[in-house]
Design a protein around this ligand. Structure first.
Ligand SMILES: NC(=O)c1ccc[n+]([C@@H]2O[C@H](COP(=O)([O-])OP(=O)(O)OC[C@H]3O[C@@H](n4cnc5c(N)ncnc54)[C@H](OP(=O)(O)O)[C@@H]3O)[C@@H](O)[C@H]2O)c1
Length: 189
């Protein structure tokens, strides 16, 4: 199946880090597997702190599933003061000014709440919310960072119920630490 991405003018990028065997989290939620293992891929690139800051500054808004949100709070909030929308059916409260909660239709979320305010929207997981966005055709770009590790078990990147979708490879960046970033855009053919 080919698809067009969302039609709002805003750009939705789905970003996740996966193990080589397709897991995004361990069952016990530990994250040590995300650390570099010390090996060096000589032909790879590395980015400076300055470049990373500039890159992150260009993100207008993050969208998270509630479980990712709760895990991020435990780990130490990685999203700074950037606007963050957490999708949940529960009544959650936050002390962070940048966080708001949303419950309801995801197309309405994008069309009526996000697109009028933000251009560069990052859907940062987890698996469940990302899958819903993909099923609804709301993702323009998939940025998948592959970590050089086999986990053997854990939470799958996407569950089994997605129907076939074709995506076009747009960019590949190999980093010195052995992580590889793959960027795909919604296929137009
Ligand atoms: N490796 C990575 O790059 C990466 C990235 C992100 C997250 N993670 C990890 O992934 C795990 C969490 O992922 P997950 O798949 O379990 O959960 P998730 O997608 O983060 O959150 C699922 C929750 O989001 C809400 N939700 C999802 N779709 C909804 C909809 N259509 N309408 C209303 N609410 C909706 C529900 O919240 P309520 O139950 O509150 O109603 C649902 O229980 C964590 O361990 C996290 O650390 C890894």
């Amino acid at each position: 199946m080919s698809r067009q991405g969302n039609t709002t003018g805003a750009r939705v990028t789905l970003h996740m880090v996966s193990s080589l065997d397709g897991f995004i989290a361990r069952k016990d939620n530990s994250v040590s597997w995300l650390d570099a293992n010390g090996s060096v891929y000589e032909a790879g690139v590395s980015i400076s702190e300055e470049e990373a800051v500039t890159f992150l500054k260009a993100i207008d808004c993050y969208v998270l599933g509630s479980r990712t949100y709760e895990h991020a709070l435990e780990l130490g909030w990685p999203y700074g003061d950037t606007a963050t929308v957490v999708v949940t059916g529960r009544k959650l409260t936050s002390t962070r000014k940048s966080v708001e909660f949303y419950s309801g239709n995801l197309k309405t979320l994008l069309n009526e709440k996000l697109a009028p305010r933000y251009r560069n929207i990052w859907l940062a997981g987890g698996a469940m919310l990302s899958q819903r966005f993909l099923e609804l055709g709301l993702v323009d770009e998939i940025r998948l960072t592959v970590a050089p590790v086999l986990l053997g078990d854990g939470l799958r990147l996407f569950g089994g119920s997605l129907t076939e979708q074709r995506w076009d490879l747009k960019n590949v960046v190999a980093y010195k630490n052995g992580f590889v970033e793959l960027s795909y855009c919604a296929s137009t053919v």
